[in-house]
Design a protein around this ligand. Sequence first.
Ligand SMILES: [Ca+2]
Ligand SMILES: [Ca+2]
Ligand SMILES: [Ca+2]
Length: 177
Amino acid sequence: MSTEIANDRLKKRFEKWDTNGSGVLDRGDFEGEAAKIAESFGKSPDSPEVQALNGAFQGLFDHLAREAGASEQGSLSQDQFLGVTGNLIFSKGEADFNRALGPVVQALIGLCDQNADGKINSEEFASWLTAVGVEPSRAQGVFEQVDTNGNGELSQDELLAAVRDYHYGRLDVELLG
Ligand SMILES: [Ca+2]
Ligand SMILES: [Ca+2]
Ligand SMILES: [Ca+2]
């Protein structure tokens, strides 16, 4: 995949996460994103799953701000965001990526995991995709792509790999909403 497409996907990510449309990313945008996801999953803002998601997004903001050299109360410009996330996805290894994004993916699993077994089955995944705006008819095909070991369940590692694959252009579905 060309750098241009990779950058394009990161720019779209920046625009989605800039929930108040101010042109910079700050802590409040990540609160807004957690609230938006909660709403699309039909969860109340004070439910423990939503609190966990908000906490995970705050941790992600801290990570990005630190890497960009911004203060905790500061903000990231689009250029800073592209630099930091590009580095995280394309230069650092998978372990660093998983450390940064793991808590958010774990919290999303918590929102979808109706039978509370820590994994996402095809039914649970269908509601995940609906919440992030993917056509229901694509759910089964996407599930099979993400379920790389073919055991009929999606683990946190498989879901993290899918988020990473999206930015590498190996998957066309953005699981983070
Ligand atoms: Ca903003
Ligand atoms: Ca489950
Ligand atoms: Ca699996």
